[in-house]
Design a binder for this molecule. Structure first.
Ligand SMILES: C[S@@+](CC[C@H](N)C(=O)[O-])C[C@H]1O[C@@H](n2cnc3c(N)ncnc32)[C@H](O)[C@@H]1O
Length: 209
C-alpha cells in the first residue's frame, strides 16, 4: 500500500497502536496503511455511501475486514469516542471540520488538515481546549497542505500564531509559500482598499522578520 505524500505525512502524526477514528475516510487508504504499518485499530467513516462502499471493497482486498471497522455517518455522530483515540479529519473545509468537532465529545488527540481557512481552524480548535503539538507543511502534486496535530491542553497564542502557525512560522519553505501568497493577494487588491492593503503589507512585514 503506497500513500500519497500528503496522507503519508498525516500518518507520521498518528500515535502508534492508537485507535484511529478517520472521519471522511473516502477510500480508506489511510486506514489500511495505518493498520498494516502502525499497528492502529481504525474506524473508517464517511457520510457518502459510495465512498464507504469503495472503502469496504479496498479493506476486503487487503483482508482487513476483521481489523478495520466502517461506519456510514455524518462526522462523529453515533461514535463512542475515548480520550485515547486519535481523531483524523483531513481533506474537508475548515467550517465542516469545526462543525464536526462541535457535535461530539472529543479525544485528546486530533490530526487535522483543512482545505482552507487554516487560521480559523487553528483558532476554533484551540478554543475547544487544545494546543498545537505539531504542524507539517508539504506540497503534493503542486498543491500546498498544512497538517496539524492538536493535543488537549492550553497554550497561549498570539493572533499571528493563528495566521502563520506557531510552529510553521519558523519553517523556511512555509514562509516562502506564505510570502508569495500574500504578495499575490496584495497585488490584486485595488489601490482604494487601503485597510485591506495595509493588512497584507503588515503580514508581509511579519513574514520577513
Ligand atoms: C476530499 S475527501 C478526503 C478523504 C481523506 N480524508 C483524505 O484526506 O484523503 C473528503 C471525504 O470526506 C467526506 N465527508 C464530507 N463531509 C463529511 C461529514 N460531515 N462526515 C463524514 N464524512 C464527510 C466525503 O464524503 C469524502 O469522502
Amino acid at each position: 500500500m503506497t500513500l500519497s505524500k500528503r496522507l503519508e505525512m498525516v500518518a507520521t502524526l498518528v500515535d502508534e497502536s492508537a485507535r484511529v477514528i478517520d472521519v471522511g475516510c473516502d477510500h480508506a487508504y489511510l486506514d489500511i496503511y495505518l493498520t498494516l504499518n502502525n499497528n492502529n485499530k481504525c474506524l473508517a467513516t464517511d457520510i457518502n455511501i459510495n465512498a464507504l462502499n469503495i472503502a469496504i471493497n479496498n479493506i476486503k482486498k487487503y483482508n482487513l475486514e476483521n481489523k478495520i471497522e466502517t461506519k456510514l455517518t455524518d462526522g462523529l455522530k453515533g461514535i463512542k469516542v475515548d480520550s485515547s483515540d486519535n481523531i483524523v479529519i483531513c481533506g474537508m473545509g475548515a467550517h465542516t471540520i469545526i462543525d464536526i468537532l462541535n457535535t461530539n465529545k472529543l479525544s485528546d488527540t486530533l490530526i487535522i488538515s483543512s482545505n482552507n481557512n487554516i487560521d480559523i481552524l487553528r483558532k476554533e480548535v484551540v478554543k475547544l481546549g487544545f494546543y498545537i503539538d505539531s504542524e507539517i507543511f508539504i506540497i503534493d502534486k503542486n498543491k500546498p497542505y498544512v497538517i496539524i496535530k492538536f493535543k488537549r491542553g492550553f497554550k497561549k497564542y498570539k493572533k499571528i500564531d493563528y495566521i502563520f502557525g506557531p510552529i510553521l512560522k519558523d519553517n523556511k519553505e512555509y514562509k516562502k509559500y506564505m510570502y508569495e501568497k500574500c504578495n499575490k493577494i496584495l497585488n490584486n487588491i485595488s489601490k482604494d482598499k487601503i485597510i485591506l492593503r495595509l493588512k497584507y503589507k503588515y503580514l508581509l512585514h511579519k513574514i520577513k522578520k
